[in-house]
Write a protein that binds this ligand. Sequence first.
Ligand SMILES: NC(=O)C1=CN([C@@H]2O[C@H](COP(=O)(O)OP(=O)(O)OC[C@H]3O[C@@H](n4cnc5c(N)ncnc54)[C@H](OP(=O)(O)O)[C@@H]3O)[C@@H](O)[C@H]2O)C=CC1
Ligand SMILES: O=C(O)[C@@H]1CCC=N1
Length: 269
Amino acid sequence: MEQTIGFIGAGAMGGALIAGLVKSGLVSPEKIFAYDICLERLENLKKDYGIRVVANAQSLVEKAGIVILAVKPQNLPEAVQGLNFKPSHLIISIAAGISLKQLMSWLGEELAIIRAVPNTPALVGEGITVLAANPVVTPEQRERALTIFGSVGRALMLPEEQLNAVTGLSGSGPAYAYLMIEALADGGVRCGLPRDVAVQLAAQTLLGAARMVLLTGEHPAVLKDRVTSPGGTTIAGLEVLERRAVRGALMEAVKAGAERARALSEEQA
Ligand SMILES: NC(=O)C1=CN([C@@H]2O[C@H](COP(=O)(O)OP(=O)(O)OC[C@H]3O[C@@H](n4cnc5c(N)ncnc54)[C@H](OP(=O)(O)O)[C@@H]3O)[C@@H](O)[C@H]2O)C=CC1
Ligand SMILES: O=C(O)[C@@H]1CCC=N1
């Protein structure tokens, strides 16, 4: 890919995208630029991935054709203040909750802006990113953004109204999956398994189950039923999960994340 990509903010998510992009081979490291107020983070990314780092955000804007805004929503207005973007730029914000309308009012109504919700498994090429574009973005720019995020996992476009829900589900979701892996592994340890074996079993079980859903296209309930032998072990475990309302808890977690995304937007209004 000929285009240069710059990151303003290179923390957990920006860093995961940089690592995933370099590993994907879609963009060569010398075409990736990063700026962050944390110099140590920049130096580590330069050392680990061979990307270029710059001393300030305006210098990054001058070097990169695509600029990814990857600071916390609370830091975004300050991070973009005074930056001079050109009409040729494609700006992609990953800040949770921050709307295209807010971005256009801070950056310029005439600029091509995309709002994206990625997730950290992008680091290993297994992310999923949902994007929404403002009317200035051309079909070619949409394709370019889909290609970039598609190189580190799956990528799709959805109407912007759905992006807070996406944030609550796939944006925050890896944390819920890690919590489940940790808890399942604790269960294994409680039953006498060594910790490292228990973590491996828990992680591969979630990975395998997720692949089954994606590759077979079967409803998760059908796949669940195939694990559940009459009078067997699984139904005994499922009964506990249902009694403890795990389904309701997961639904409420997604809803709480979506509501928090909406609140983050209002806090920056
Ligand atoms: N983490 C995730 O899984 C996901 C995050 N997001 C979004 O991505 C964005 C980044 O999140 P995350 O990576 O977790 O956050 P981090 O805090 O890990 O990364 C943000 C980085 O930006 C730096 N920073 C703060 N202010 C500025 C500034 N003015 N100019 C340049 N850099 C600055 C921070 O430095 P310092 O730490 O010193 O403040 C930090 O290094 C957020 O908007 C979040 O909503 C979206 C989807 C998933
Ligand atoms: O926790 C957060 O606010 C960010 C957005 C989605 C995942 N992490």
